[in-house]
Write a protein that binds this ligand. Structure first.
Ligand SMILES: [Zn+2]
Length: 379
């Protein structure tokens, strides 16, 4: 087994489920400490960056010959929960060239490959200072990537490690999510005329938002990531079976394509609500903020990082022939807010992420290590 496979097994054996997604999740403290220890043992400079209570990013780096050039390799430390598995999600079981376990694919294999690439790059004396960042909370609110972007490191390009089958992803969707509520007036349902029904109010709102969602899905298609969308993903309202409901809430999940912004998407919905208020005099409806905002990854096709990465992929794995887009989001959406050009690239099949009995192909992990090393060297 290669060194990088061994490191991957050790990382998978440390459960690091995002505690915001499961009360059983231990979070990133143990795995961040492990990465720190690995760097210390390898003689690589590193530090922890506190993000929130008990949740630190870990940052390791090799200094480049040009003090003004910096590049970041980012892989998140957290995973989604691992319920309903046939296999032990934390045993890192192997079957020929596959390794099974939560996070094997999403995204501890990227992390292991980045760390070994960093170890290897020292003797190559890279031009850019190369950072490898293990970030917290990617699977929930990307608080780690946000903190990394605001850390003042001042990097000009970034590679987010996520399973892309060693293809170069240069654009992906973003999202903005928030609640909308209607306010009514409670009354005994034997005398409904004394109340104002918040659920009936929401019944005016929903068809208009469904119409907006249909329009978004059918009126525009981004060449790399597809169409934008708007989904009403939750609904709740009312207090009991014989009271006119005073409140009803729906949750919106709006997926953004490159060139769209969270603010404009919110504004679009606000316009719909304003028109409804005009039409229905007693309708009290409003958005509840703050929204959770993750901008789309803007197309990095014409960037140096995409070029360098594609060349490394072609030479090592025969991939990278065309640039790809993805429907999901990554830490790159936050990292690009610094002005850095960002791509997503890593071992493993994206379809394996978040699945039961998730696995990664270990040959891809070895290749990813060499691809990352070449990008670190030639950027
Ligand atoms: Zn991931």
């Amino acid at each position: 087994m290669s060194n990088v496979s061994k490191l991957l097994a050790e990382l998978v054996q440390i459960e690091s489920i995002n505690p915001n997604l499961s009360s059983k999740g231990s979070g990133e403290a143990a795995i961040a400490a492990y990465v720190g220890k690995f760097c210390g043992d390898q003689g690589i400079e590193f530090k922890f960056q506190p993000v929130s209570e008990g949740r630190d990013n870990v940052l390791a780096w090799v200094r480049g010959t040009d003090p003004d050039k910096r590049i970041v390799f980012d892989a998140h430390l957290d995973t989604v929960p691992a319920d309903g598995w046939e296999r032990d999600p934390f045993a890192a079981e192997r079957d020929a060239r596959r390794m099974y376990g939560r996070g094997t694919c999403d995204t501890k294999s990227s992390l292991a490959a980045m760390l070994y690439a960093l170890v290897a790059i020292r003797k190559d004396k890279p031009r850019a200072t190369v950072f490898v960042a293990g970030t917290v909370d990617e699977e929930y609110r990307k608080a780690g990537a946000r903190a990394l972007a605001q850390s003042g490191i001042g990097f000009e390009a970034a590679v987010a490690g996520e399973p892309t089958n060693l293809e170069v992803v240069v654009a992906h969707k973003g999202s903005v999510r928030w609640w909308i509520e209607t306010i009514g007036r409670a009354a005994h349902s034997s005398k409904p005329e004394l109340g104002l029904n918040a659920i009936a109010g929401m019944a005016h709102v929903i068809p208009e938002l469904v119409r907006l969602g249909d329009k978004l899905r059918t009126s525009y298609e981004h060449s790399l990531v597809g169409a934008p969308s708007l989904t009403i993903s939750l609904i709740q309202g009312g207090s009991d079976i014989c009271t006119v409901p005073a409140r009803c809430e729906i949750f919106l999940d709006r997926r953004l394509v490159p060139q769209e912004t969270p603010a404009a998407a919110i504004e679009e919905v606000e316009k719909v609500l304003a028109a409804l208020r005009k039409k229905h005099q007693d309708l009290q409806v409003r958005s509840v903020f703050p929204a959770v905002e993750d901008p789309p990854l803007e197309d990095a096709t014409r960037s140096r990082i995409a070029e360098v990465a594609a060349e490394a992929c072609r030479n090592v794995a025969g991939t990278g022939g065309t640039f790809h887009g993805a429907p999901w989001g990554t830490d790159a959406s936050q990292l690009q807010l610094t002005g850095a050009k960002c791509i997503v690239l890593g071992p493993g099949d994206g379809a394996q992420g978040h699945t039961i009995d998730e696995y990664v192909d270990l040959d891809q992990v070895d290749k990813a290590t060499e691809i990352y090393r070449r990008i670190m060297k030639s950027y």
